[in-house]
Design a protein around this ligand. Structure first.
Ligand code: PLP
Length: 403
């Protein structure tokens, strides 16, 4: 991934048309906010799958570990290898399904820790590792389905699954986990049912002396919803990037968005009343307007469905986007800024003056969730790390404790 070790001020010289700023101070702040919610016995796993939700996995992982996370979570084997190749030594859980012997060998080679969800998969691992002759058993994490209907072995048959894994000398079951389907809902019934099932499976396994030593269940929402969901480790993704899984969980911590998306004005156009703008002329100027072309489009990750709906911030002012968003460019109405110059920065997501636009705003406008907005940004946008002081929210009880 392209990454420049320069401050954003130097970017004009680079002629960069669009970029993403990753605020490492905000990231570290968010990690620390989660840490304040956890007991000292509970580890924090930074979930950095999907290139750290579009933020850049290596930089995010390094910063999160420095700030107090002790585990990393990825979805795929190559995502884990990328972190190892960058020299990251922390334990890495691969949360996605791994079935192929080739992947098993890579897991052992790079010292990643897989999720096992079926006896058949456990046997593939054992057979592959037996031929690879590793010296120590591979740490594995056994996942139960307690109500997500995605990855996981039937919680009611946990004993059967785990006793099989325990008989395979190549594997060392180091944790038992499950995943919550509705932890972001203000209605806790399903989440509590999942927890009851998890607890039931744990009790059964303990009675048979089979229970792995560590337990985990919570994502960001579960972590913020209730401390009794924390167990030995929490797997936090969206919260690290500064977004709340749901509005009712806002009071729990003070989170700061880590990503800002910016682009430059590349051209200025004065158009007459009645002029159609962009493909399909979905916008017709109701009066004479000054338009700016901005060098960012849907191929960068701006959802095209935001055409004619979104706004941007320029010099702290909110300006409407007009006409269809195109692959690499979009138009904004800059009539209220007559002295605007080519090259000036435009904030698509982030803070400018007193105003801000967040991934949640885009998610609401486009009928999706902030997770999808964040990981939708393409690698054509360079990620540039910045370290600027985080804004202290006035409602933050811990604000006085920080510099
Ligand atoms: C993605 C993922 C998480 C993190 O979820 P957030 O809602 O982003 O905190 C946790 N656990 C598993 C198994 C996941 O796949």
């Amino acid at each position: 991934m392209l990454s420049w070790e320069h401050t954003p001020d130097l970017l004009p010289m680079r002629g960069c048309r669009a970029w993403i700023e990753i605020n490492l101070t905000a990231l570290a702040h968010n990690v620390q906010q989660f840490k304040t919610r956890l007991s000292p016995q509970t580890d924090l796993m930074a979930v950095v799958k999907a290139d750290a939700y579009g933020h850049g996995a290596v930089t995010v992982a390094q910063t999160a570990l420095q700030a107090g996370a002790t585990w990393l979570g990825v979805a795929t084997v190559p995502e884990g290898i990328e972190l190892r190749q960058a020299g990251i030594a922390a334990p890495i859980l691969v949360m996605g399904a791994v079935n192929h012997p080739e992947e098993v060998r890579a897991i052992a080679l790079w010292q990643l820790q897989p999720t096992l969800v079926t006896p058949k998969q456990a046997l593939v691992f054992a057979e592959t590792l037996a031929t690879a002759a590793p010296t120590v058993p591979l740490p594995v994490h056994l996942k139960l389905d307690t109500g997500m209907a995605r990855l996981g072995f039937d919680w009611q048959r946990a004993g059967e699954f785990i006793s099989l894994v325990r008989r395979l000398p190549q594997l060392d079951p180091v944790s038992l986990y499950s995943h919550l389907a509705t932890a972001d809902s203000p209605e806790p019934a399903v989440m509590r049912l999942q927890q009851q099932r998890f607890e039931q499976a744990i009790a059964d396994l303990r009675a048979q002396g089979l229970c792995p030593p560590r337990l985990h269940l919570a994502n960001s929402a579960g972590t913020l919803a209730a401390p009794d969901l924390h167990y030995d480790l929490v797997r936090v993704g969206i919260g690290l990037y500064g977004f709340y899984p749901a509005p009712h969980l806002r009071a729990a911590v003070d989170l700061q968005p880590v990503m800002e998306v910016k682009a430059r004005v590349t051209h200025l156009n004065a158009i007459a009343a009645g002029t159609g703008v962009s493909y399909g002329h979905q916008f017709i100027a109701p009066q004479p307007l000054n338009l700016a072309v901005v060098g960012v489009g849907y191929a960068d990750g701006v959802p095209r469905i935001l055409s004619n709906r979104m706004a941007v911030l320029v010099r702290g002012q909110r300006l409407p986007q007009v006409g269809a968003i195109t692959m690499d460019q979009m138009m904004i109405d800059v009539t209220s800024l007559p002295d605007l110059q080519v090259g000036e920065p435009v904030t698509l997501l982030g803070q400018s003056g007193p105003d801000q636009i967040s991934a949640e705003d885009w998610a609401a406008l486009s009928g999706t969730i902030s997770w999808e907005i964040l990981c939708g940004f393409k690698h054509r946008l360079p990620r540039i790390t910045v370290e600027t002081a985080v804004r202290l929210s006035t409602t933050d009880p811990a604000a006085g404790l920080r510099k």
